[in-house]
Design a protein around this ligand. Structure first.
Ligand SMILES: [Zn+2]
Length: 239
């Protein structure tokens, strides 16, 4: 590793500087920006930021929540959050998945019960077409690593069908229908969820449709609770 670092010095994924903060894909300056983005979201009492998702936006009914690390503004290309999310999706590297997992595991330790009963870690699977195009399911890699850090088993509980549409192209109502119609429990694990705590990871929460659809499947299959966590949270832009 040391030799590789010497041959190919790690550079900041954000600004390209040939220097990185310890355990971070960012240089010292960019890492400080990440820490600032993170601190802006944590409450004064040290509480983790929570996004609520709802099935019926018009009636404002809340159905669930997800903890998240940072706020994401898709227009702010000058933010390390932008670089992290884009890097994870389109230029996945071990440094990025490790960093995302480390941050998620640290946050989950704050919100999880000390020894959640029969817990399992899983993720919202990437669309099959995207896996084909970009070569991996980035959040699966993150979830496997997060699970290892938490000492909780990872299982690929969900499957997405090939004709699922990208959520970001859809309105809130259509996102929910799309998520419900195209996400299903893996047959292999569906019968093993009774009484379990499912820790469900995704990169971004917007309307929460994907998380909500998945949580309904888990609860429907007998899970005791679902703890959802994402890297970032973004407000949906109304066109
Ligand atoms: Zn940098």
């Amino acid at each position: 590793m040391a030799l590789l670092d010497w041959l190919y010095p790690p550079s900041c994924v954000f600004c390209g500087k040939m220097e990185t903060a310890k355990g971070s894909p960012f240089c010292t300056v960019c890492h400080a920006k990440w820490e600032m983005a993170r601190r802006e979201c944590v409450t004064a009492a040290g509480g983790q930021p929570v996004a609520y998702y709802r099935h019926d936006a018009a009636r404002g009914e809340y159905y669930g929540s997800a903890v998240y690390l940072v706020n994401y503004d898709p227009g702010d290309e000058d933010s390390p959050v932008y670089k992290l999310l884009g890097g994870l999706k389109y230029h996945t590297t071990r440094r990025l998945t490790d960093f995302a997992a480390k941050e998620l595991a640290a946050m989950l330790r704050q919100v999880m019960p000390a020894n959640p009963a029969c817990a399992v870690v899983t993720q919202i699977p990437r669309l099959p077409l995207s896996v084909q195009r970009y070569g991996c399911d980035h959040m699966k890699l993150v979830a496997v690593e997060t699970a290892a850090m938490l000492g909780i088993p990872y299982q690929p509980l969900l499957e997405r069908s090939g004709d699922a549409l990208e959520q970001k192209r859809l309105s809130a109502d259509k996102r929910m229908v799309n998520a419900l119609n195209t996400t299903r429990l893996s047959k292999k694990y569906a019968g093993q969820l009774i009484g379990r705590t499912v820790i469900l990871l995704d990169d971004l929460i917007t309307t929460g449709a994907s998380l909500h659809a998945a949580a309904e499947l888990f609860i429907g299959a007998g899970a005791f609770q679902v703890i959802a966590a994402t890297l970032a949270h973004t407000e949906r832009r109304l066109k």
